[in-house]
Design a protein around this ligand. Sequence first.
Ligand SMILES: C[S@@+](CC[C@H](N)C(=O)[O-])C[C@H]1O[C@@H](n2cnc3c(N)ncnc32)[C@H](O)[C@@H]1O
Length: 269
Amino acid sequence: MGARQDYVHGYSGRERERLADQADTLAELLHSDTFYPSGSVVLEVGCGVGAQTVTLARRSPEARIVAMDISEDSLAAAQESIRSAGFRNVRFQQADVYSMAFAPDTFDHVFACFVLEHLSRPREALAYLGQVLKPGGTITVIEGDHGSAYFHPDSPYARQAIRCLIELQARAGGDSLIGRTLYPLLLESGFQHVTVSPRMVYVDSSRPQLVEGFTKNTFIAMVEGVRARALAAGLIDEETWEKGIRDLYRTAEADGTFCYAFFKAVARR
Ligand SMILES: C[S@@+](CC[C@H](N)C(=O)[O-])C[C@H]1O[C@@H](n2cnc3c(N)ncnc32)[C@H](O)[C@@H]1O
């Protein structure tokens, strides 16, 4: 269960809301081309509280989705949100991606969103996922890359606060800069026909939904979530941290802008 204890974002109520905001805001950008045909069996890895699961179930109502996560609490929340949304094409399973009990060649498709960035051995995880995928089946991986965040007004303090998140995630064995590496990662893990498409989020005040849903409630909330650990680890002093967070919120004002890139990779076994 080491992965759970080290999980940089934790499992708090605010983190649940953040994941839901993130998924709602980004659904079109990330999922407009995610569709699984009738009867296909899809494994969603690291479904968390089900923020992406709801979109998968809605977009592919005739696919059968198996959503798994290492966290029992997250799975319970995911189950509840699928139940209350009225979907019947998802079943849930608690599992660790490194020791899954699925038989080889079980799934037509595998889907993983914002999971590899938290794993210390992403190649190994991908190799396991390749084994449970049928020959010719596809894997879809979506990841962010915190190095892709840039904004106006620029601020060295804001960049320092973001660095704290990157560093803490790295110390926990993860890699929040993983988006840019998906192409080699999938090839090195034995997948073929890898295609990666960057999905850029650009926010200014003419897009108030993105200001709230992405800049504030997804990105800044994620950085703010590591405040206590960043200070305790001595990565930053309190004054610099507060300036950094204030400057991040400054980018959400009328004359501010914020940019970030996600990467969506699709490959075949
Ligand atoms: C950032 S959350 C993403 C959740 C969801 N995919 C989403 O986009 O909202 C990462 C998830 O990966 C799960 N996770 C971490 N390590 C895992 C492992 N070894 N096996 C299975 N799930 C794992 C965590 O419990 C967490 O729910």
